[in-house]
Design a protein around this ligand. Structure first.
Ligand SMILES: [Zn+2]
Length: 439
């Protein structure tokens, strides 16, 4: 099936026309399937007077109401499952902190599709049978660890299913087993690189790492540059959601001009998050996905809350599937500080543009009186810590200026010594919002 560059050349490079025809055929099937098997969608359709046969073109999808995260929470655990419990073969769940988690319930056919899409994704980044894949995403209910595991298994790669934590042991294993592919969150990759320096491992000399597949949290190109430089690898962005399957929804190719959305399985739309209006390709908005082949929990027009831009032009890599530029932020993560919309990723871009600063920062927002306070804690690199000539006040002013030029807000800057901001072995906690309950 594989042919050098592509895992599945026929699907990955099929003409736009063929791809649209394929999508329309699958969309009609999925809509009919939902109407006949899902009490949730049957009711939704009946309430709006919609019938499956009203979906005649891809644009007709706009007649279907949106599905939101709360629909899944409200129908916890199995209210949106469309098959008998005996036909569910695996469960995953989102890492939500409060209330009901969001459940992913997979049939055998969903598992097969997920494995295929993960194999295709890893292969797109250059992962091959000869590689040693070090999977440091969490295993268990979280889709990260097992998602990569299943994909790598299909390719036939040597898998090291190390999961999270035990950083020093991970470094030893990477060295001794000759890991060539690293899969983890970008913040853990930064942490690994820092720890390697501390324990005297030079990743460029002592390791065989070639590529890294990073996702599960938004990250900027500046962090990418740092990771690539420190680990001596090519970094790829991975995107997915528990609701859709986990990782495997889209992946960056070696052109690094966006992530290919596997459109044979997912139909993507971009909407204005305030009004729900569908936007033309190329405009920034919230991503909305419709699954085209799911049988456990199929989803029609699922609102992701993720803000991105979709590019439908053919990619230089030869793949025809549309690309989403890297997710700018989750509309849920968007902060409103003194009435201004700010994404943590914007602060990251500002901070990372200073070579004196480490890839760690924390945003602290509070409201002691009538006005929000906005502070950014940044950390010096080990090298900058040793530099006695460093003018911290000048650096502070420069950081302030850069953040102001990006967000329009002036922030209080606190510079701390290297290693003072707590490190994370999972998802990074970048924002401390102390205003909760003070509104
Ligand atoms: Zn491409």
């Amino acid at each position: 099936m594989t042919n050098g560059k592509y895992w599945n050349e026929k699907i990955e490079t099929m003409s736009k026309d063929e791809l649209r025809k394929h999508q329309l055929r699958k969309l009609k099937e999925q809509v009919k399937y939902c109407y006949e098997n899902s009490a949730f969608y049957h009711k939704k359709f009946d309430n709006t007077g919609l019938k499956p046969e009203n979906i005649k073109t891809l644009e007709d999808i706009q007649k279907i109401p949106f599905t939101v995260k709360n629909d899944l929470r409200d129908n916890y655990p199995f209210g949106m499952v469309t098959v008998k419990p005996a036909d569910i073969v695996e469960i995953h769940a989102s890492s939500g902190t409060t209330g009901n988690p969001i459940i992913g319930a997979y049939t055998q056919s969903d598992m097969d599709a997920w494995q295929e899409l993960m194999a295709r994704s890893i292969y797109t980044t250059g992962g091959r049978k000869e590689d040693v894949i070090h999977i440091a995403y969490g295993y268990g209910l979280f889709t990260g660890g097992l998602g990569f595991h299943y994909g790598a298994q299909k390719i036939g790669t040597m898998i090291v299913p190390v999961s999270g934590g035990m950083t020093q042991r991970q470094i030893k294993l990477m060295k001794d087993l000759g890991a060539t592919v690293l899969c983890c969150t970008p913040s853990f990759a930064v942490y690994l690189a820092e720890t390697m320096v501390k324990v005297g491992v030079n990743p460029r000399k002592d390791l065989k790492l070639r590529i890294g597949l990073f996702g599960a949290e938004p990250w900027s190109d500046k962090i990418r540059e740092r990771i690539e430089e420190k680990l001596g690898i090519e970094a790829f962005d991975v995107y997915g959601l528990t609701e859709l399957c986990g990782p495997g929804v889209s992946i960056e190719c070696s052109e690094h001009k966006g992530l290919h959305i596997w459109e044979d399985h997912f139909l993507v739309e971009t909407i204005n998050p305030e009004t729900g209006e569908v936007l033309p390709p190329g405009e920034e908005g919230e991503l909305v996905f419709t699954t085209l082949a799911k049988t456990g929990i199929p989803l029609l027009r699922f609102r992701t809350r993720d803000i991105s831009v979709v590019d439908t032009e053919k990619c230089a890599c030869g793949r025809t599937h549309a690309r989403m530029i890297r997710v700018r932020g989750r509309s849920d993560d968007m902060l409103i500080i003194r009435g201004v919309n700010v994404f943590p990723s914007q602060i990251e871009i500002a901070v990372m543009s200073f070579p004196e600063l480490a890839a760690q920062y924390q945003i602290v927002i509070d409201r002691p009186g009538a006005l929000d306070t906005f502070a950014v804690k940044v950390e010096l690199t080990e090298q900058a810590c040793k530099n006695r000539k460093l003018d911290k006040n000048a650096l502070k002013r420069d950081i302030q200026g850069r953040i102001h030029s990006i967000t329009g807000l002036s922030a209080e800057i606190e510079i701390v010594e290297c290693g003072e901001i707590p490190r994370s072995e999972g998802k990074a906690k970048r924002v401390l919002d102390l205003r909760k309950g003070k509104m």
